[in-house]
Design a protein around this ligand. Structure first.
Ligand SMILES: [Zn+2]
Length: 257
């Protein structure tokens, strides 16, 4: 089952046309979409969507960019929602030093708390990094031996960072539409990502792949990113689609679905 493992489908302008967006996704062969929340309010919204639409699954958590507006209490409230049958992950969480570094301490605290929560609920963790990959890896490494599993989504790290992640068991990598852009120069990292650690995602509505730049990204555009990976790695597109589908099944859906 082809899965978009990361699409933020709860923004008002998307909700207005969500039925169309989901139909277009189905037309391209996508059968499941994981919608990651960024705070308590969006966690509740994502759950609502997962109840309304069969193909939507939920990841609940607090994004590093939303830590400053969130309270540690929000994490407790989110934890109570994790037993919902459509919840398949904790996140997105992680570290983001690009927009604001004044809350790094809080970002790290929220990240660690959410990792602990993921471990105790036996759920994978969806990890966001921006200018912070190395710190995020250190935190993940500090949980080694504790059965943590997860996804470094929209990976933009270097080869050394990739190697470190690959050394951690049950950590997967996914790439976004920016790998189709002319200025993308990190091909080596994609070449070094083993197929059995690769997931598919869009990060909708952000980072639309070529030829959809300037539009709002949506799950149906995911194939363009997969085609680029297929081109870089000389893997047949059908093989690649099958591999990333199996990987998503293994990481997110094995236990419950
Ligand atoms: Zn995201």
């Amino acid at each position: 089952m082809l899965t978009d493992t990361h699409a933020h489908l709860y923004y008002p302008e998307i909700l207005d046309i969500l039925d169309e967006i989901l139909n277009r996704a189905k037309d391209t062969g996508i059968e499941r979409i994981i919608v990651p929340a960024v705070d308590l309010a969006s966690s509740l919204k994502v759950l609502e969507l997962s109840e309304k639409y069969e193909m939507i699954y939920a990841a609940l958590g607090v994004h590093p960019g939303d830590v400053s507006k969130s309270k540690p209490d929000d994490i407790d409230k989110i934890e109570k929602l994790l037993t919902h049958e459509k919840v398949v992950a904790v996140g997105e969480t992680g570290l983001d030093y690009y927009w604001d570094t004044s809350f790094v301490k809080e970002q790290k605290e929220f990240f660690s708390l959410q990792i602990e929560m993921a471990i105790s609920h036996n759920l994978p963790v969806v990890i966001h990094t921006r200018d912070s990959t190395s710190d995020a890896i250190s935190i993940v490494e500090s949980f080694s031996g504790k059965n943590l599993k997860g996804q470094f989504h929209c990976f933009t790290g270097n080869e050394t960072e990739l190697d470190k992640i690959l050394n951690i068991e049950n950590m997967f990598i996914s790439y976004c539409g920016n790998i189709t852009y002319k200025n993308f120069s990190n091909t080596e990292v994609i070449l070094k990502t083993p197929p059995d650690r690769l997931l598919s995602e869009t990060d909708s509505p952000f980072l639309p792949p070529v030829p959809y730049r300037g539009k709002k990204n949506e799950p149906s555009f995911m194939l363009k990113t997969l085609e680029k990976i297929s081109e870089f790695t000389s893997t047949g597109i059908d093989d690649l689609k099958e591999t990333v589908s199996l990987n998503a099944q293994e990481l997110f859906f094995q236990k419950k679905f």
